[in-house]
Design a binder for this molecule. Sequence first.
Ligand SMILES: Nc1ncnc2c1ncn2[C@@H]1O[C@H](COP(=O)(O)OP(=O)(O)O)[C@@H](O)[C@H]1O
Ligand SMILES: [Mg+2]
Length: 386
Amino acid sequence: MSYDAAMHRVDVGIVGGGQLARMTIESAAHLGLSTAILDPDPACPAAQFANHHIEAAFDDAEGLRRLAEMSRITTFDIEAGDSVALGALEQQGHLILPRPRVLATIQDKLVQREFLQSHGSPVPRFADLPDPSLESMLAFGFPLVQKARRGGYDGRGVAILKEPNRYADRLHAPSMVEEKVAIAGELAVLVARRPSGELSSYPTVSVQPDPATHALDTLTFPAPISPELDRNARALAEQAIAALEGSGIFSVELFVDTDGKLWVNEISPRPHNAGHVTIEAAATSQFEQHLRAILDLPLGDSSCISPAAMANLLGPPELKGKVRIDLSDALEIPGVRIHLYGKQEVRPGRKMGHLTALDADPLNALERVRQARALIRFEVSSEVTA
Ligand SMILES: Nc1ncnc2c1ncn2[C@@H]1O[C@H](COP(=O)(O)OP(=O)(O)O)[C@@H](O)[C@H]1O
Ligand SMILES: [Mg+2]
């Protein structure tokens, strides 16, 4: 592929300008790559970092066309992009990675499950749920997990219904159901794949979701699991991404059940919250690895350079509005790296940043990131925005 300076103004265009784009752009700068983003929010996290910003909705056909035209390669930081519009741009010869058909497979949780099952990944028993009636749920069997087919993230779009009398908690969206796994632990494996097929996975991460919201709360890297379980988790993740023929970085979420069996939960076609720890704790960060993968450059060393822990910094319950984040006490905790995403407004549960610490004992690292997180103060001005 030749670089057409006349046509392409930047190396990498990103649909979405959230924290994933922001951190990808930081890595792009180290590799001497220029970037553009498409995001409707003029103050989105990546806006301060990108060379060019197209202010348009993620599914704005004209905006997507402009992004693809100005970028040597177009990628995304959200999987909610318009796979049909992106597919049309690909047809016209624009390089979009991961490919829009991969995006389409992943965007619909039912289609994704069917894909994984047909390629031999162990997935919980599942079914389409076109009508979330009590009868169809009883026919599937309780306890069950109802998932919105599209648009869910951070546990929004997932309802765990333990018994029929929890029926009122169901989702009102086109959805699927699956068997509730007796989860002993949640794992994630990041896998990078080049268009040429070369593939590399990171050591398995152990994820601790928030019990109430199911959103990622903390994680340790590498996961405190046996080398055999780590090998098996990575093999399952690599197999799924090879089957997808995905290009770029992917996260594969897995469950280990109380019998020690692994289940594949879901794939994300982009850098993932579970991979933020690789910025400090791996030889190559997931963001750089993503860029290497989509540019078809040699993949970096994915090995762990130190055990580590990460904690997400989420908007506290009931806090909403323009925010100033006071780090002065948190910065006293030694060895903690704080990443703020530059979001000017806080909302309950909104991802505002994350904290990482390295330590030979990952539990010590976990203790430190939790301690520092507890010292971060949100100061909301009285001006509340819609
Ligand atoms: N089949 C299942 N059995 C038990 N718990 C589940 C199941 N599926 C999802 N969960 C729980 O819900 C969380 C969110 O589900 P997930 O499918 O990963 O949706 P999201 O897109 O919101 O991350 C998981 O991390 C897990 O804690
Ligand atoms: Mg998930």
